[in-house]
Design a protein. Structure first.
Length: 112
């Protein structure tokens, strides 16, 4: 069973929309086998920052795999109980000029 997990295992991540499956590389599988050596399910909170970064990188690199019918036949490395947040680099939001124009008269009245 360990060899099957090492060569073709997937990581199940439970999300609000249902389970998703990540297909890690060989080295990542080896590391995940060590992480899940005593438990089948782990919450994200118990992972170290290094382990969380690896999972986040796998999610960011879109290493998800579709397992519609073969879920029962694919060996699971483990299950994460919630998906770690993926950092999003969004530009700073500034108010639109139309908002400033519509609020301008109200602030002028308040200052008088």
């Amino acid at each position: 069973m360990w060899l099957e997990k090492l060569f073709s295992g997937v990581l199940r991540v439970l999300t609000p929309l249902g389970p998703r499956y990540l297909n890690p590389s060989f080295v990542q599988r080896l590391y995940l086998l060590w992480v899940f050596r005593h438990f089948e399910n782990l919450p994200v909170k118990v992972l170290s920052s290094r382990q969380r970064r690896m999972i986040e990188a796998m999610c960011a690199n879109n290493q998800f795999v579709s397992l519609d019918l073969a879920v029962d036949y694919v060996p699971l490395l483990g299950t994460l109980e919630q998906r770690p947040p993926v950092p999003v680099n969004s530009p700073s939001r500034r108010p639109v000029s139309s908002v400033r124009d519509s609020v301008g008269p109200l602030t002028a009245d308040a200052q008088q």
